[in-house]
Design a protein around this ligand. Sequence first.
Ligand code: ZN
Length: 214
Amino acid sequence: MIHHPIGDEMLLNYAAGRLPAAQDLLVATAVSLDDDARARLGGFDALGGILLEDTGETEIAPDALDAVMARLDGPATSGRAASSSGAVLPQPLRDAVGGDLEAVRWRPVGMGVRQCVIDLGEDDGGVARLLSIPAGHAMPDHGHGGTEFTLVLQGAFLDGDARFARGDLEVASEADEHTPTAEAGEDCICLVVTDAPLRFSGFLPRIAQRFLKI
Ligand code: ZN
């Protein structure tokens, strides 16, 4: 059950191939964990196909999207994406990392938090990293230079009144300053995509940031 799903705008941009590599990976991963998001994406893909076929008109009929979505409503998409043999990382991430969690090369970033920046080649449209926060621990207080997407893969974290568990996506913008805290019981592992460096409030984290590129 996804309580904080990915938004339509991002799915639309993904379907149109307009996202930088880091966000592309984020959407592919989120969709593999969320049947409803996969159905919505299917609608956008279908709409894109219709637009490509339509050579005469350049305008989208106002009800075109509704029509496509209506057609896709119902049992057209069935079953969860195969999460093969209880892997924590969905397939798009396993492809990027070269395996499941055992293939992740974690680096400590202080206070028990570990990260692994995912190599996306030459693309400079943001950074994708895996983050592991020990159960019951908080992330360092921080703000954002841009937008930060956090998709939960294992465990859960709390941020204010909201709880985010596997498949949930939190979007934090420049205006947000927050302290997500991993729920007790299980280390929280997330895919975090940022389009600008995080801004930490404390002096020490800022020094760490310079050396660890977080
Ligand atoms: Zn944040």
